[in-house]
Design a protein around this ligand. Sequence first.
Ligand code: UD1
Length: 342
Amino acid sequence: MKKKILVTGGTGYIGSHTTVELIEDGFEVVIIDNLYNSEAVVADRIKEITGIKPQLEVFDLCDQKKLNTFFRKNKNITAIIHFAAYKAVGESVSKPNEYYRNNLVSLINLLDAMKQFHVADMVFSSSCTVYGQPERLPVTEDAPMQPAISPYGNTKQTGEEILRDNCTADKNIKAISLRYFNPIGAHPSGLIGELPRGVPENLVPFITQTASGLRDELKVFGNDYDTPDGSCIRDYLHVVDLAKAHVIAVKRLIEGKNKSTYEIFNLGTGKGVSVLEAIKSFERVTGIKLKYRITGRRAGDIEKIWADPSFANKELGWKTLLTLDEAMQTAWEWEKNIRKKN
Ligand code: UD1
């Protein structure tokens, strides 16, 4: 019998790509999503890619009654991959309580349900934002966390701490936090990808929307940083590579291969890329000359960060296989497809 994985936020950007990889690896998937930042049609697109439509339950994880009813009806869940969360850094500054309530109450509800319904394993969607600006690069998992710059970042730090404390308190609970660097790109089918609400905050959706004419120009936030070309440096990884890491992590827990009850892995390429280099990659693969302008720094941005992914390489046997150019190409194909449909 196929093992059933609960994917929360499974119609979202990383959740949908992970659902595809899980199904292709032989898992059954049930998604819980409140469709706050995604659309139900994503489940149909997943079917177009994999031939199997995942079960989709539309409700809010903050509603504990509904969550418990769900678990009572779905007794055969082996593990949970928890993506569902708000993720807009800027918005979190103006709506802190919405971020704390949504991102943390949902996690606590899930952990309570895991205990009550005897589900042992959770993979948690964390972020390199927990490191702030690291002193040493590339950054390893044991680098100290720094005070979060935004409520969003704080929900990731606190989420990790809640998980660690639950793994300590209850020996039946095992969890893995995956600290993503900057996920970009889309599925090569062009059927799923990132769907930002309103004006995108993130670089690559802003690049593709500018190229498609939806935005006048891209603002490059600063060229006076202490980096080779003066623009900020990040570690951009292809979302399909990232999705595959989740399949490996959830299997590690299910098969009991984890070395401790709570583990943390960096997921990145290990290579730093500047904003200007990212733009060049986009221009190279699409042949489009991007309209951009250097402006002042964005408040809260760190200068440079890239991962030391060697722990994930060694322990998970995972590494990124897809390139920055491939990520830009698929992001652009996806952008063109969305514009066609609307
Ligand atoms: C941000 C969040 C991070 C979150 C991640 C995913 C901060 C400090 N970090 O990462 O916590 O996990 O998004 O949503 O907000 N850039 C431009 N012009 C633009 C947009 C971005 O020049 O219009 C630059 C930024 O200055 C940055 C780089 O592109 O150097 C990447 O930005 P972005 O995609 O927003 O990701 P992060 O800021 O790294």
